[in-house]
Ligand binder design. Sequence first.
Ligand code: AMP
Ligand code: MN
Ligand code: MN
Ligand code: MN
Length: 283
Amino acid sequence: MLQIDLHSHSTVSDGSLIPADLVRHAAGQGIKVLALTDHDDMAGLAEARATAADAGIAFITGTEISVTWNRHTVHIVGLKIDPDSPELRAGLEAIRAGRVGRAAEIAAALEKVGIQGSLEGAYAFANERVIGRMHFAHFLVQQGYAKDVSSVFRKYLVRGKPGYVPHTWAPLEDAVRWIRGAGGVAVIAHPGRCDFGSTTLRALLGEFRELGGTGIEVVTGSHTAEQAHLFAGHAKHYGLLASVGSDYHGPGQKYLEMGRLPPLPEGCAPIWQDWPEAAVLQD
Ligand code: AMP
Ligand code: MN
Ligand code: MN
Ligand code: MN
């Protein structure tokens, strides 16, 4: 099993463990190199870094940036970013402001199908910074509208359902520029979950590379073995390095438990190949 995990969430965004508990959990699962990549926020990085030092594991700073590319939502993970970068901080702050407006629109849309109080309800599950669909999902489950988070997404929160509102996130070129400007590397998150076909995906990969993108998640909590193989091929073709991440959101949440990711397919160039932090990994 892989001892490196470069994609995870805490209560700073839509995960259910506070950063310190997330890091301790990762260490307990045998992870030796961990990145915290909260959606559109870096507020958990200091706590996670300090806990990682105590727990004796290597820590990689990160964030997962919400992007709109050709009208599609795409997630870009930034790794090894400087959390003090003014441009990155300002960019993420603007995305979070957009989330506040979107949350009000989601609540209004849910009200139209008779669901009252979802804005306050969702905020009760969120911290004061990042509000997202997961927090609405927790409220709707609590209120008995569906049995779990997955079914609530299917019934209410995905495109075409009553609580879905279209939203424009950051441009791809801005996200890549912020990450690079903060000294980091940009990675396309879970490409297998993109809502478009292979022609569009190829256009994305080419453009991302042109813009200075570095990597693509090949092994993730939401990829099958076939998808890992497919994206390993794409990585090679487009000159992108291979990343790995569980996309862990907490105990019992969707996606994989930490420490359960399979190795990269043969012939992949890992994004951590030159990272001093990764020297602790056994192969
Ligand atoms: P947002 O960025 O607020 O639109 O929310 C996206 C987040 O919602 C993802 O990072 C997942 O944590 C969660 N999510 C998206 N789709 C689903 C789904 N079908 N089932 C469960 N969680 C989902
Ligand atoms: Mn999430
Ligand atoms: Mn994502
Ligand atoms: Mn994620």
